[in-house]
Design a protein around this ligand. Structure first.
Ligand SMILES: [Zn+2]
Length: 677
């Protein structure tokens, strides 16, 4: 039998022929794919002709077809239905993928050709062609492809040292987090926790040989989810103090020296690559473009967030006193008193909501129905097309006029072979160059009910389905020429924007009534429940926004270091950075402090933690715009044509301006979070 990855699929929309794919096909196709693309790139860089778009960019975009076919399926399968065989393959091939990508991105001959095109753009190029050259040039520059031999050697050393330090950071953090787990001698001190939480704490203690005691292990962020319910104030204090102390205790797990070295090396690397700071190097390849733009937005949000957090603190203090207590609100009291207020003001029994969110109805009458109302697309299940697992469903998506949009696959249920979380990925990436259609998929991790019983989603799972479907639409609507610019191939600080926007339809008048109906009575979700769900959006946002912004600004501050500066004191550096923006607060600590800010010191979000709120600014502004439009169908078309369909084929801020008629404004986000004073 021939290897199905070696030729394009003959199925509709080039859907991968899952029924024909066997374990033994991956390795053969991966090897063939790497070799094929290396050969194609070699032909580009070794030709004698001077660089043109046609002899450099285009063959590059056409290259790697075999690798693309097998890689899309391979990475999808290792996430959704893995096996010991695939795990072993993944471990072996992950470094190969990285090395293969580097061999192209860091090829100095290729860089010379791209740089020549970049320096003298041909006026005949389309805007997309011009943008492709610019993107490729920036990516290669940031990676170091333009360096001379000595500088490349230094870059290699720096990358290795940085990798060592990030690994050390993680090791220290893991060890200190374990050491700092709070031991509870008397189970009575767990008052306020549910039975399940209590037995989890007892089991955690037993695991460490502490029979009869309880153990509160620490999550990554400052604080702990249980701070909302633990009634013993001293236990709350111990948990919060343990959490905040991580990585800064002067023991062998101290991360302060690691962070100082790491950020100094990143600063040096940035300078080597031609950027003022690490934050400049990172944002050069993001929507934001410069750290100055990031800081301008973060600091404008910081002031109103801090004002609201202070008002929230006052209200909590009043509550404490009204309850007959006389202490002063501390960081470890915040969640406890907030939860009391939340329950009193917005109490929505989330378990009682589930009968209103039957999965099939949410999908067909909610998610799909909203997309039909807004974008005019329709969905037809294709039982003749199969996925890799019986739970995978395949839908064909068409426009109002019947023309084809693509395939949408949904894999709703959790299983042991699937990783946690929810996500969208593409199996076939739309592009005009090669005439490829679009096949996208969504994965969730909803527990599967016994056969014959309906799947009832939680409120959060329903939100997640709308969210992930927003990513799917971004992929489905892509209308680009070049594969590397399609669909969700956009910047990290932009990619969440379309998915956040799609969440708006979940409680949209006219749509929520259509799908959120009680499974037994058929009654719609009561209006007062919808109101409370909406009203709770502004609750505690002074606090939540402040702790997030503090972390985002701390990330920017560390990565604004310049090579050779004299920073030696981590605590003072952190304090100054937060004080400068008015977010230094004993009652609202930063969501992540330097000693345990894993996202930015080892997790790939360095100088990029701001990106969550950057895309939410555009999201809130877009939702506001939709609310003002007389026809959501016309509004949807505009959003689809000018923004979603553009994918990564032009500057995202330009696409936003084209869609919205102006740049994104902060006001809608401030209003959504109740930060307008
Ligand atoms: Zn998302």
């Amino acid at each position: 039998m021939t290897n199905p990855f070696l030729t394009p699929s003959a199925l509709p929309y080039q859907l991968p022929p899952f029924a024909d794919i066997r374990d033994e096909h991956y390795e053969e196709a991966l090897e063939a794919g790497f070799a094929e693309q290396s050969e194609e790139v070699r032909a580009v860089v070794e030709q004698a002709e001077a660089p043109t778009f046609e002899n450099t960019m285009e063959p590059l975009e056409r290259s790697g077809q075999t690798l693309s076919r097998v890689a899309h399926v391979f990475w999808s399968m290792t996430s959704t239905d893995s096996s010991p065989f695939l795990e072993e393959l993944e471990e072996r091939y992950a470094p190969r993928f990285a090395a293969h990508a580097d061999s192209i991105t860091l090829d100095p001959r290729l860089y010379a050709r791209v740089a020549a095109l970049h320096a003298e753009p041909d006026p005949a190029w389309t805007p997309e062609q011009r943008y492709l050259v610019e993107r490729r040039h920036t990516e290669m520059t940031v990676a170091g492809a333009g360096l001379d031999d000595a500088a490349r050697e230094r870059l290699k050393e720096l990358n290795q040292q940085i990798a060592t330090l990030t690994t050390r950071f993680d090791k220290h953090l893991q060890a200190d987090t374990n050491d700092l787990a709070v031991v509870i001698d008397d189970p009575a001190e767990l008052d306020g926790l549910s039975d399940g939480e209590r037995s989890a704490a007892m089991a955690a203690a037993a695991d460490r040989g502490l029979e009869g005691k309880a153990l509160i292990t620490l999550p990554l962020f400052s604080g702990h989810p249980w701070l909302a319910s633990l009634t013993d104030r001293d236990v709350r204090r111990r948990v919060m103090e343990a959490s905040l102390a991580r990585g800064t205790r002067g023991n062998e797990h101290d991360n302060r020296e690691t962070v100082l070295e790491l950020t100094a090396l990143r600063a040096e690397r940035a300078r080597l690559l031609g950027f003022a700071t690490h934050a400049h190097a990172i944002t050069a390849d993001e929507t934001a473009r410069t750290p100055e733009a990031v800081l301008a937005m973060l600091t404008r949000l910081a002031a109103p967030a801090a004002v609201n957090a202070r008002a929230e603190a006052q209200a909590l203090q009043a509550q404490i006193e009204a309850a007959g207590e006389s202490y002063e609100l501390a960081a470890w009291d915040w969640d406890f008193w907030t939860e009391k207020e939340r329950t009193a003001r917005y109490d929505v029994d989330t378990a009682a909501l589930r009968p209103y969110f039957e999965a099939e109805r949410v999908l067909q009458d909610g998610v799909f129905h909203a997309a039909t109302q807004v974008y005019g697309i329709t969905f037809q299940e294709r039982d003749d097309l199969v996925g890799y697992h019986p739970d995978v469903r395949v839908f064909e998506v068409r426009n109002e006029d019947g023309s084809e949009v693509g395939l949408y696959l949904l894999d709703l249920y959790t299983r042991d072979s699937k990783r946690g979380g929810a996500w969208m990925n593409s199996l076939i990436q739309q592009n005009g160059l090669l005439g490829h259609p679009t096949v996208v998929m969504n994965n969730l991790n909803v527990p599967k009910p016994p056969a014959g019983t309906p799947t009832l989603l939680t409120f959060d799972e329903t939100t997640t389905l709308f969210h992930e479907f927003g990513h799917a639409l971004h992929g489905l609507f892509a209308q680009v020429t070049y594969p590397s610019l399609g669909g969700t191939n956009v910047f990290r600080d932009f990619v969440e924007f379309p998915s956040q926007v799609n969440e708006m339809w979940m409680l949209w008048p006219g749509i929520v009534e259509h799908y959120a109906r009680h499974i037994e009575t058929g009654e719609p979700l009561p209006a007062d429940v919808i109101e409370r769900l909406q009203a709770s959006e502004t609750f505690n946002q002074g606090h939540d926004t402040s702790e997030y912004l503090a972390a985002a600004l701390l990330d920017q501050a560390w990565h604004a270091r310049v090579a050779g500066d004299a920073v030696v004191d981590v605590a003072a550096f952190e304090r100054d950075a937060l004080e400068q923006v008015g977010l230094l607060s004993a009652t609202v600590p930063t969501r992540y402090s330097t000693g345990y800010f894993q996202h930015v010191f080892s997790g790939g979000y360095s100088a990029g933690y701001y990106s969550y709120i950057w895309s939410e600014v555009m999201d809130a502004d877009t939702v506001e715009w939709f609310k003002q439009q007389p026809s959501i169908r016309e509004a949807g078309q505009r959003f689809r044509d000018r923004l979603l369909g553009v994918g990564g084929s032009k500057d995202p801020l330009e696409a936003f301006r084209d869609f919205r008629g102006r740049d994104a404004e902060l006001q809608p986000l401030l209003e959504r979070r109740g930060l307008t004073g």
